[in-house]
Design a protein around this ligand. Structure first.
Ligand code: AHR
Length: 321
């Protein structure tokens, strides 16, 4: 009996020591912008799963529902709760300076993922990981030039009538994808951007804006959409207008979501430029490095491809989003 009691006490003492020795999980606050697209949902799940699968982290998630004021409020809550690190996607580029100053004052490191803040506020965050949005716009333009040439549709003289569906006004991907595409457009004197309007990165707004474009302009040859969600909405509008998307109007999007692959395979969309939302594992790696005292690089890029009729069908079965 005495022996049994001794063993029990020793086990209890040992568990107490072990419990004591276990390091406290690092608390990470993640401020997401909302759920405007299929892409965004995949991004949220990727980040949540990556942190939740690692017991050394506790993730506090906040969805701003596309409102900057909600996001600023969430960041202030993270600061008040003294989280160890903030992971943050900025809805738009401007307006976060004061709250980032508050985080810096509280010595809470901020890691941006996907969308950055304006250049003058970048010193207030440690790093940005995600895609090169300017390059994505350039890739869309270069793909178009190549395609028009191969199809014998561009003699360099006759006007090519292009319309653009922009992402959320003031957001990094909308600004940069426009700039990137414009860089290529400049190289083609006969390319004309006849209409360009925001569709706010949503399928429904993409459709509504495309409907208006089609009513006002019967000569649209190309649609460049800043994301696939808007491109897919526009494809509906093109069909409802009695035209064939992918044939009567060339459709180029960005993201490489499954819906775009299906549209390409069906011949209703021509190309999508990949922008990976699967940022979770990279985010966990960066926060782990930070916790281990390692210096983070100022920029962490994701590597991405281009998909069209030549490779979409083969890639579709293995797509994760
Ligand atoms: O910031 C990335 C962009 O945001 C994606 O291209 C778009 O689909 C999303 O809403």
């Amino acid at each position: 009996m005495k022996k049994a009691l001794f063993v029990l006490t020793s086990v209890m003492a040992l568990s107490a020591v072990t419990a004591f020795a276990a390091p406290k999980p690092w608390v990470v606050g993640f401020s997401q912008i909302g759920s405007e697209s299929e892409w965004r949902t995949a991004d949220t799940i990727s980040v949540q799963n990556a942190f939740n699968d690692d017991p050394s982290f506790t993730l506090i998630y906040s969805d701003a529902q596309q409102k900057q004021e909600n996001q600023i409020k969430a960041l202030r809550t993270f600061i008040a709760r003294k989280v160890n690190c903030i992971v943050f996607t900025a809805l738009v580029e401007t307006g976060y300076g004061p709250v980032l100053q508050e985080a810096a004052k509280a010595k809470i490191p901020v890691i941006m993922i996907d969308r950055d803040v304006q250049a003058s506020d970048r010193a207030l965050r440690l790093t940005i990981m995600g895609s090169d949005f300017v390059k994505e716009g350039e890739k869309a333009g270069t793909w178009l030039a190549d395609y028009l040439k191969k199809q014998g549709l561009d003699d360099g003289k006759k006007a090519i009538n292009i319309v653009e569906l922009q992402g959320t006004t003031g957001s990094a991907p909308a600004i940069d994808r426009k700039t990137g595409f414009a860089n290529i457009l400049k190289q083609h004197a006969n390319w004309q951007l006849t209409r360009s309007q925001t569709g706010n990165f949503t399928t429904s707004e993409g459709k509504a804006v495309m409907e208006a474009f089609l009513k006002a302009d019967k000569g649209i040859q190309v649609l460049y959409a800043h994301n696939d969600g808007m491109a897919l909405g526009a494809i509906q509008a093109i069909k409802e207008a009695g035209l064939k998307p992918g044939k009567d109007i060339i459709v180029v999007g960005v993201d490489a979501v499954k819906g775009a692959f299906e549209a390409i395979v069906a011949g209703e969309m021509n190309a999508t430029i990949e922008c990976s939302p699967l940022l979770g594992p990279q985010a966990v790696q960066a926060v782990t490095d930070l916790r281990d005292g390692k210096k983070l690089p100022a920029r962490i890029w994701t590597i991405e491809g281009i998909f069209d009729a030549t490779n979409a069908a083969a890639a579709l079965p293995s797509r994760q989003y």
